[in-house]
Design a protein around this ligand. Structure first.
Ligand code: ADP
Ligand code: MG
Length: 344
């Protein structure tokens, strides 16, 4: 999109690391009444990644695996219980109040349900200008100008400026939410299931918009989805989560063409249009329920549902290790990926 390229200077030079997370954890304490010991729920158990300007890291996994918790930590809505987070090279946990304020503008969140986050009593123009009123010295004319050019950038029309959220379709509302997220020129957009509530045809339009905006503005995306079909079009890298843990992490093409973790294989195998019969595409069918994060399996978190689980898997927790060009946490991955067992 040429408009995007000329309207704003890139928030970060291509190749710069915009976000870096090291061993991020989130533990929630769940109270159970006065007399009983509270439970500790590990929603995210030590997740690490980085995202460069102009790139998209997709976080995938079933509902309840900790994706939104991770999103809230990266978007500075929640502080992690442990681990470290750097945004644009600044250590968030040890940043000054002034730096934190500046960092809050650098990362913006887009939610699944834009209607819930758009004030129904405000016109679109006001909604877009609110972040500018709070965080910038721009005057009313400058704010309106910026809002109007942002409307054009996300594919909406000038007359939409005076309309209310209920007058828009789901796809248009998501465009408005994206426009609002971009008003302060963030370097990173955390999008939590941004197209999951939309019809498939509309999903493609919003994904194309996100891709155009990324190219034009050099944005980094943390793109969260339970749907690998969606991720396939937008991700550069993929991180697969299961019960708060990273089970596989690497370049999208590497993971999609040869998934090594049985959980990744199961996710790909159950995604229409992605199930195949190549190496690593043996059909792993997910059996059983996701265990409760209040009572996770002792060994590998996936061992209770994994068709290849051994005694070691049920006893010990595998670490993420480099194997065939990506990181994977599975004792059996090497054996299962060996040529002699291919396609078994
Ligand atoms: N504020 C909270 N307090 C307690 N438990 C929570 C809270 N937020 C999320 N959880 C729990 O943490 C786990 C991960 O949730 P979430 O991050 O929403 O997963 P996802 O987005 O992948 O569906 C779930 O078991 C959920 O019930
Ligand atoms: Mg979620």
């Amino acid at each position: 999109m040429s408009q995007a390229a000329t309207t704003t200077t890139p928030p970060a030079a291509p190749g710069t690391t915009v976000v870096r997370a090291d061993n991020l954890r989130q533990v929630y304490t769940i109270k159970k009444g006065m007399l009983r010991k509270p439970d500790q729920l590990q929603a995210v158990s030590g997740v690490s990644f980085s995202v460069q300007a102009g790139k998209t890291l997709a976080i995938v996994g079933e509902s309840g695996c900790g994706k939104s918790t991770l999103a809230r930590m990266v978007a500075l809505i929640e502080s992690p219980s442990a681990g470290s987070l750097q945004l644009s090279g600044i250590d968030v946990m040890n940043a000054s109040a002034q730096d934190k304020r500046a960092l809050r503008q650098k990362v913006q969140l887009v939610f699944q349900n834009p209607y819930g986050s758009l004030n129904p009593r405000k016109r679109i123009g006001q909604i877009l200008e609110a972040p500018l009123e709070i965080n910038t010295d721009l005057n009313a004319n400058q704010r309106a100008e910026k809002a109007r050019s942002m409307l054009a950038l996300v594919g909406l029309r000038p007359e939409h400026y005076d309309r209310y959220p209920h007058m828009f379709s789901g796809g248009q509302r998501q465009r408005i939410a994206i426009a609002r997220a971009l008003m302060l020129n963030p370097a990173l957009v955390v999008a939590d299931e941004p197209v999951s509530a939309l019809d498939v045809s509309i999903q493609a339009q919003v994904l194309n918009l996100l891709a155009d905006l990324q190219r034009g503005l050099g944005l980094a995306y943390l793109f969260i989805s339970h749907d690998l079909g969606v991720v396939r079009h937008i991700a550069h890298d993929v991180l697969v989560m299961y019960l708060g843990h990273t089970v596989e992490h690497g370049e999208k093409n590497v993971i999609f063409t040869r998934p090594l973790h049985p959980y990744t294989q199961a996710l790909l195998g159950s995604t229409p249009g992605l199930a195949g019969s190549g190496p690593g595409r043996q059909r792993t069918v997910l059996k059983g329920e996701l265990p409760s994060p209040l009572n996770p399996p002792v060994g590998c978190v996936f061992s209770t549902r994994c068709p290849y689980a051994t005694d070691q898997c049920r006893r010990e927790r595998p670490q993420l290790e480099e194997l065939h060009g990506r990181k994977v946490a599975c004792f059996e991955a090497e054996r299962l990926s060996a040529p002699s067992t291919k396609g078994q």
